[in-house]
Design a protein around this ligand. Structure first.
Ligand code: FES
Length: 97
């Protein structure tokens, strides 16, 4: 599937496997995402903003309305389809503080 991503002011799509964490898909797609804890879910440096998508997050399935956007730890998140969008804040990029 393809995920719509907004990164540094540009919108594009990246490929993701059905079971890939969002963090893995973003990094494979060329987004230099911070992952200070290595993906254990403890640091929040991989946080991204998601709108209008259904996600699997911490064992539960959650529907984020199009009118809302939620910050989530991307290493703990799997998108269930191509709906919605993912915005990567500058604070979640490598070499940004
Ligand atoms: S990489 Fe640390 S919470 Fe996701």
């Amino acid at each position: 599937m393809k995920i719509r991503v907004v990164f540094q002011g540009e919108e594009f799509r990246i490929a993701a496997g059905a079971c890939d964490s969002l963090a893995l898909a973003l990094r494979r797609g060329g987004v230099p995402l911070r992952m200070d804890c290595g993906g254990t879910g403890s640091c929040k440096t991989c946080s991204v903003r998601i709108a209008g998508a259904t996600i699997i997050y911490q064992g539960g399935t959650l529907r984020i309305p199009e009118s809302e956007s939620w910050m989530v730890r991307s290493c703990q998140t799997v998108l269930t389809g191509e709906n919605g969008s993912v915005e990567v804040p500058a604070s979640s990029l490598e070499n940004e503080d």
